[in-house]
Design a protein around this ligand. Structure first.
Ligand code: MN
Length: 743
């Protein structure tokens, strides 16, 4: 060995010793019993076992177990058994030593944990990652009889992520993905918030380096401005809280780069549009004579006494802590600069638990030295319960796992935690029909994860869905476009058919009464259908039944062949136009070349061809033409039912068509909208309509219920492009979920 290397190694030894001392300091600063001896023994054993081994970074291997043990001690608050196990966690995996050797030297408990860690190194956390969350949970349980195995594994992963830059890019990508998919949700589940955030940010950094850089840069660049805003906001609060002689710490908390990015993705917004970029956190020590809970609300009163509260954004996790143990009181208020600011109010104890999970719990129980293990066991039991309990905690668990692996299926939960499988893309309405036909038929919206959403809302795996119903609700035709499951489609169709039949029956009665004086009623009906340009008897009854066709003297006159003054006013009554047309064109059928596309010009609209009312095509729609027996071209949308029928029986009379330019003539279309009701939504919609529309609007109809609004309006447009543009503009209105043309 050269002198140079010897010097290097001595230096390295000193560094190792130093790191180990830091570990001991972390441990000694905790409330644990001080079992320095066993920890030192484990350190020396591991150092010896890994001697000569180096990590990818080039440093001695032992730095890694020490670092993992430090995470376990300081960031998770675990005790000597965990620290010893962490120091030894790679010994069986990477050296000649066996679990038996560990057992002989460190006892059963440590051996069991190290064995668990060695097993999962090649199991679920290894290459053969299970794609099923349920299996994942089960595997986790069987492989880790002691939850400390999972916690140490988590610490191991955290350190590997912190040193990931030494790996090849391919490895980085794989490890980062796995971390985001398995470890970060698990950390969240266990209430290890700080670790979860760090894991996410590190994964994000390696998975999307450019985006990560750009977001972190923007966070830095906006720091000054933010700090000014913060002081404007905080100063009046500080004044009041100081006056209360409260011991507290108030600080600004910027969202992590990863959660900012997630928000940008989810809401499709830019960095600048993330309104809750930062939150304000107040951490207090309760004053004598006050409970933590009372103090939370005292502080809340101070804040809402200064700033206006957003009534929908109070989260009381003090009375009802989250499943992972999180406790705090959150509220959102309007800051002096007109922006919403979230304030998180927690006691020091709550804050510790939030950052370090359940591990922090027993620090606050004033336990005697000997009780440490009992308290720790209690906590570990709780964590185990979380993993074992299928509901409702399992729901949270799955929720956070975010089952990216399922590409074609999602699973969602009823309010009672019952799991339902659904195809990807299923909506709340699909879910309603899955529960029961009646629930579907009367669905007016849903609460997804306790938030109100319209029934067209697309569900995601892990969503908890509560369907809202109203007896007054009636199925609408457009519902068919909101569902994707055959089950829901069939039920909606059946109900629409049932209702259509009822209307037809009603219409039939009216028609019968209308022609009470007519002798040859059959001939009269045939004539009526022809004269009114309808398709069938049912069509006639239906229109009469739903009052879109009123039977009055004009109709009677027309059917009986008398001229009517009103005829010209009623464009749907095409019989007169037919005749006029016949007079001007000799045999139009012969003049049409069926091999060529038939040009639909603005001038000829309503003359040589008709845009049929059954499907209401407008310029730009995908249509086909049908030459009827009068030589008039009937234009239908390709998906129109009538067109389908014509296609199957009168194929030789069909024409391909081409749209000419339409500039003057406007066509009525109905646009359906829905969304979450909120301040100014209607105003915004109105402003889009007025700026966008040059043509006049016919009618507007908007209903709001339970925070969801739904409506339709008809406008005159020249072509499909105009409708699409209008819908697109409307979708720019915040909280508008849907804007589509009624088909
Ligand atoms: Mn390791």
């Amino acid at each position: 060995m050269t002198e140079e290397r010897m010097k290097d190694e001595t230096l390295e030894d000193q560094l190792i010793e130093q790191e180990f001392q830091e570990l001991l300091n972390d441990y000694l600063n905790s409330n644990h019993r001080k079992k320095i001896e066993i920890i030192t023994k484990a350190f020396l054993f591991a150092k010896n076992a890994h001697a000569g081994m180096r990590r990818k970074s080039g440093e001695a291997y032992i730095f890694h177990p020490i670092a993992v043990a430090r995470v376990v001690a300081r960031e998770m608050g675990l005790g000597s058994t965990s620290i010893v196990s962490a120091l030894l966690h790679d010994v069986v995996e990477d050296t000649e030593y066996t679990v038996e050797d560990i057992r002989n030297m460190f006892g059963d408990k440590v051996a069991e944990i190290v064995e668990g860690l060695t097993k999962i190194a090649g199991g679920i956390f290894g290459d053969k990652t299970s794609s099923q969350a349920e299996n994942f949970r089960r595997l986790l349980l069987t492989m880790a009889k002691d939850v400390r195995v999972i916690l140490i594994k988590m610490a191991d992963r955290l350190h590997n992520m912190r040193t990931l830059s030494y790996m090849t890019p391919a490895k980085q990508y794989k490890i980062a993905g796995e971390t985001l998919y398995l470890y970060a949700p698990l950390a969240h589940r266990l209430g290890l918030f700080a670790i979860k955030t760090e894991l996410e940010d590190l994964s994000f950094k390696y998975e999307h380096p450019e985006v990560y850089d750009s977001i972190t840069r923007k966070i830095r660049d906006t720091e000054q401005e933010r700090s000014k805003l913060y002081h404007n906001f905080a100063d009046p609060i500080i004044d009041k809280l100081d006056g209360m002689e409260l011991h507290y710490d108030m600080k600004e908390r910027v969202k992590s780069a990863y959660s900012i990015w997630q928000k940008m993705q989810k809401k499709n917004i830019s960095f600048e549009e993330v309104y809750d970029l930062y939150a304000v956190r107040i951490i207090f020590q309760p004053r004598d004579g006050f409970t933590e809970k009372q103090e939370c609300w005292n502080i809340y009163n101070v804040i809402t006494g200064i700033y206006m509260l957003h009534p929908d954004r109070i989260r009381d996790w003090v009375n009802r802590p989250k499943a992972n143990g999180y406790q705090a009181l959150h509220c959102t208020v309007m800051g002096p600069n007109g922006q919403w600011v979230e304030v998180q109010i927690r006691s020091q104890r709550m804050d510790d638990i939030a950052e370090r999970g359940f591990a922090a719990h027993f620090h606050y129980k004033n336990v005697g030295m000997g009780d440490e293990n009992r308290e720790l066991d209690k906590w570990l039991e709780t964590v185990k319960d979380i993993l074992e309990n299928p509901e409702p905690v399992a729901m949270d668990f799955l929720d956070t796992i975010k089952l990216n692996v399922f590409v074609s299926e999602i699973f969602v939960f009823t309010p009672k935690g019952e799991m339902k499988m659904m195809p990807l893309g299923a909506t709340a309405l699909d879910f309603a029909y899955l529960l029961h036909t009646d629930i579907g038929n009367h669905c007016i919206g849903a609460k997804v994860n306790h938030k109100l959403v319209p029934y067209s809302y697309k569900l995601q795996s892990g969503d908890q869905v509560e369907i809202l119903t109203s007896k007054a609700q009636r199925i609408k035709e457009e519902w068919l476009s909101f569902v994707i499951t055959p089950q829901a489609k069939n039920k909606i169709n059946a109900e629409l058919r049932r209702r259509r039949r009822a209307i037809i029956t009603e219409g039939e009665e009216t028609v019968t009464k209308f022609m009470a004086d007519i002798t040859d009623q059959n001939a009269f009906i045939v004539k009526m259908i022809d004269v009114l340009g309808l398709i069938s008897k049912d069509d006639l009854y239906y229109r009469v039944g739903n009052k879109t066709l009123i039977l009055d003297n004009n109709v009677m006159d027309k059917v009986l062949g008398k001229k009517s003054f009103f005829r010209s006013l009623l464009p749907s009554f095409i019989s007169s136009e037919k005749k006029e047309h016949k007079n001007t064109t000799l045999n139009p059928q012969e003049s049409i070349d069926k091999k060529k596309d038939y040009l639909l010009t603005e001038e000829q609209c309503g003359q040589t061809y008709h845009l049929m009312e059954c499907c209401g095509p407008i310029p730009g729609d995908d249509v086909l033409g049908y030459i009827n027996s009068d030589g008039i071209v009937e234009v239908h949308k390709r998906q129109c039912e009538v067109a389908m029928r014509l296609k199957s029986s009168y194929g030789k009379n069909l024409l391909n068509t081409d749209w000419g330019e339409f500039k003057k003539k406007g066509f009525p279309v109905t646009i359906l909208i829905d969304g979450i009701d909120g301040m100014g939504v209607l105003l915004n919609i109105a402003s889009v309509l007025t700026t966008e529309m040059t043509a006049n609007m016919q009618s507007v109809h908007i209903e709001t219920k339970d925070g969801i609004f739904e409506g339709s309006f008809s406008v005159y447009v020249h072509n499909v492009e105009e409708v699409n543009r209008l819908c697109k503009r409307l979708l720019g209105v915040k909280s508008l979920r849907r804007a589509v043309r009624q088909e």
